[in-house]
Ligand binder design. Structure first.
Ligand code: GLC
Length: 558
């Protein structure tokens, strides 16, 4: 068996910097805040920190609208603060992964400003401008954040394409000058010591240039045109360029945020033999509790559907690439509120989610606060929400005549703000996140669920995560093993086996408030307990008597 690459036995901690820790009392998290908390992060046993963007940005999309790729936004600090942070990360033996937003810039970026001011500027062709059609947009493509994907510029009598918010014009990767700029930026940060890149929305780089109209969504004149811009064959070329010109020569690792993937494309991106990307982060894996791609049409968790999706991706990537494993991120509501039972079994179900996800094959990505069992903030007013996607959806809903109460519930359950509320550090004011006025209100339950209290409690979610990352490390079944899901149709149990040449393990998870009996496969009857979320499992005659939300993992040599 080929020796694992370092990132295949690593765990990653994701920071959303604005909400992590505020060191100077201005109400927003900052880079010094991260530096001050590095010992905490290292204590989890993670190997890598990935931070969401902290570059100069008008913050129209949470920093994913970059106005200057080479400078830190003053709200987050200075270049010296960055250098100090990365030195502190390296000193503790960890690595740093940078978020690179390459599909679009902010409309306030100097390139776009130049493009707007003069059709003949070389920067005009950095973006995707088109003439209107019959007095309307060039096509009826919908923006991912609602409304049209085209914005009219009267001075130019042209429209520009924005797959995301209208303040995020898409870059034209078919212009070699754009690719050259991107390569320079990636080298710039590599020179500053970053160890890898998380590539944002990167499978949208190539758009079919004729922009055909698409089937409108129900009740709209616009339609999702992903078939014309997601995972088009030409993006492979761009990935190879990034790999050959930056990542390989500089020894950087990559993880790509990708959606709408099929098996062939996924392998095409991540098969090591092809030299494109190291690992995939398939964002739509968590679309299992909603109607299609509409996150504001929630459905209860369909566990068989989640198991099918996980099992599918495990099979597709085994020996053909590498996966990021995640239960939450800055684009999702809190995993515990969504998939666990925050009312009756908050800590136990938060631990279950980690046990269920992180013994699969791939690199664990832990989103800040999930290691505490943080929940959605459950705000009592619509004015508390900040995210562009949430606010656009709210406005569209209200315009359709839907009630504010309905949208308060929906945003509390489903919006990206759920995962973006400030990190609960302690029971002090503002959850110990800031001495000032926080840019977003913290979770109401921070007095009970916070890092300081959990650090001291051996039974906390935090200490469960620490144990899990420790016992998982170096296991051949975890790194190399194949994965087989059992009890596929069971709506409450998630059980899977992993097996390598010399070892096998089984992860058993009761996703319900019910007691359940589960007959272990015979080959596990003499296996040893690796980790559990509520004391020793009760196993009699090969049958586990599972308590509500009980989870454990057993292991044995072959
Ligand atoms: C990715 C980011 C998300 C952002 C979008 C546009 O999906 O994770 O936060 O809004 O790209 O950059």
């Amino acid at each position: 068996m080929e020796k694992a690459k370092w990132w295949q036995d690593a765990a990653v901690y994701q920071i959303y910097p604005r909400s992590f820790y505020d060191s100077n009392g201005d109400g927003t998290g900052d880079l010094r805040g991260i530096t001050e908390k590095l010992d905490y992060i290292a204590s989890l046993g993670v190997d890598v920190i990935w931070s969401s963007p902290f570059f100069v940005s008008p913050w129209a999309d949470g920093g994913y609208d970059v106005a200057d790729y080479r400078n830190i936004d003053p709200a987050f600090g200075t270049m010296e603060d960055f250098e100090e942070m990365i030195a502190g990360i390296h000193k503790r033996g960890m690595k740093f992964m940078m978020d690179f937003v390459g599909n679009h810039t902010s409309d306030e970026h100097a390139w776009f400003q130049a493009a707007l001011s003069d059709k003949n500027s070389p920067y005009h062709d950095y973006y995707i401008f088109r003439k209107g059609k019959d007095g309307k947009e060039p096509s009826n493509w919908a923006s991912i954040f609602g409304g049209s994907a085209w914005e009219y510029v009267p001075e130019l009598d042209e429209y520009y394409l924005h797959l995301f918010a209208k303040k995020q014009p898409d870059l034209n990767w078919e212009n070699p000058a754009v690719v050259k700029e991107v390569l320079d930026i990636l080298h710039f940060w590599a020179d500053k010591g970053v160890d890898g890149y998380r590539l944002d929305a990167i499978n949208y780089l190539y758009k079919e240039p004729d922009f055909p109209d698409v089937e409108p969504m129900p009740g709209s004149i616009y339609g999702f045109a992903t078939e014309h811009y997601a995972n088009k064959p030409k993006v492979h070329e761009h990935f190879r360029t990034l790999h050959d010109k930056v990542m390989a020569p500089r020894g950087l690792t990559t993880v790509a945020e990708v959606a709408y993937l099929n098996e062939e494309t996924a392998r095409g991106y991540a098969d090591p033999a092809r030299g494109e990307l190291d690992a995939l982060y398939p964002f739509d894996l968590l679309n299992v509790d909603q109607d299609g791609y509409d996150k504001f049409s929630p459905l209860p968790l369909d566990l068989p559907k989640l198991k099918k999706a996980l099992s599918h991706w495990q099979g597709v990537m085994h020996d053909h690439g590498w996966l990021a494993l995640f239960i939450g991120n800055h684009d999702q509501p809190r995993a515990l509120s969504r998939f666990g039972d925050e009312e009756h079994y908050p800590a136990r179900s938060a631990k279950l989610l980690a046990n269920a996800m992180y013994f699969l094959q791939g690199t664990p990505y832990i989103y800040q606060g999930d290691e505490l069992g943080m929940t959605n903030p459950h705000y009592d007013s619509l004015s508390r929400f900040r995210d562009v996607e949430a606010i656009n959806a709210l406005n569209e809903g209200l315009a359709r005549g839907e009630s504010e109460e309905h949208w308060l519930r929906l945003l509390n359950d489903r919006s990206r703000d759920g995962g973006r509320a400030p990190f609960s550090w302690s029971s002090e004011d503002n959850a110990g996140f800031t001495k000032g006025t926080p840019w977003m209100d913290p979770c109401a339950n921070f007095k009970d669920i916070n890092a300081e209290a959990e650090d001291k409690d051996p039974d906390s979610v935090l200490n469960f995560y620490r144990r899990l990352l420790k016992v998982r490390k170096g296991l051949s079944s975890v790194i190399y093993g194949d994965t087989e899901f059992l009890e596929m149709e069971d709506p409450e149990l998630m059980v899977y086996k992993r097996g390598s040449d010399d070892e096998m393990l089984i992860s058993v998870n009761n996703f319900s408030g019910n007691e359940r009996s589960y007959k272990l496969p015979e080959d596990f009857e003499d296996a040893k307990l690796l980790i559990s979320n509520c004391g020793d499992p009760v196993i009699k005659d090969g049958k586990a008597e599972l308590r509500p939300w009980e989870a454990f993992t057993l292991i044995k040599s072959k």
